[in-house]
Design a protein around this ligand. Structure first.
Ligand code: HEC
Length: 159
């Protein structure tokens, strides 16, 4: 067990009983990432080459379109997570800032539990196909995505 996961578990069990719902709980978000996401995405969100996309320095790009904003909630790892809407929205808001602050648009409005709750009821069937469509569209507007390619997508707007 990694030191970080051990700490995460300690925090989970040592945390005092919740003093009411607060809109911003970065501690809880971090623990939830460790418990529910990092097994595949890894602690530094670098993913696994050819298997799990890298979110570090990347995932915030999706926030530059409405479809992309929806996609990162509708993707199966998020929409089908056992976490309740409130915790999932906190996790996403924390994760985007933690791993991809430079890619987030300046007018980003954080996810609310309500938005997450409604988007996750409509999960994407073919996430990698949808992802390629969204990144292709975004590449026309987000300069960092011009000429972008990874294991699943090659943006054809390359100059
Ligand atoms: C069982 C492994 C697994 C777990 C657990 C998992 N994911 Fe993923 N995630 C993937 C894979 C694989 C993809 C690529 C799309 C697909 O095939 O679903 C992905 C895609 C994503 C994407 C879209 C990124 C992109 O560039 O397309 C986001 C955002 C994401 N995951 C967030 C999360 C979060 C947040 C959690 C925890 C609540 C999580 N995932 C849990 C495997 C996982």
């Amino acid at each position: 067990m990694t030191a970080r996961l051990t700490l995460a578990l300690l925090l989970t069990f040592a945390a005092p009983a919740s003093a009411g719902e607060t809109p911003h709980r970065p501690d809880r978000a971090w623990v939830n990432y460790a418990l529910h996401c990092q097994g595949c995405h890894l602690p530094d969100a670098m993913g696994m080459e050819g298997k799990v996309p890298r979110m570090n320095g990347f995932v915030g790009n999706f926030l530059h379109s409405e479809e992309g904003r929806h996609f990162i909630i509708q993707v199966p790892g998020v929409s089908k997570s056992p976490l309740p809407d409130q915790e999932l929205s906190e996790l996403m808001n924390w994760m985007l800032k933690e791993y991809s602050a430079d890619q987030i648009p300046s007018d980003f409005v954080p996810f609310t539990a309500k938005e997450v709750g409604s988007l996750r009821q409509d999960p994407v069937d073919d996430p990698l196909k949808r992802r390629a469509e969204i990144l292709g569209d975004l590449s026309k507007r987000v300069s960092a995505l011009n000429c972008y390619s990874d294991a699943w997508v090659r943006v054809d707007t390359c100059e």
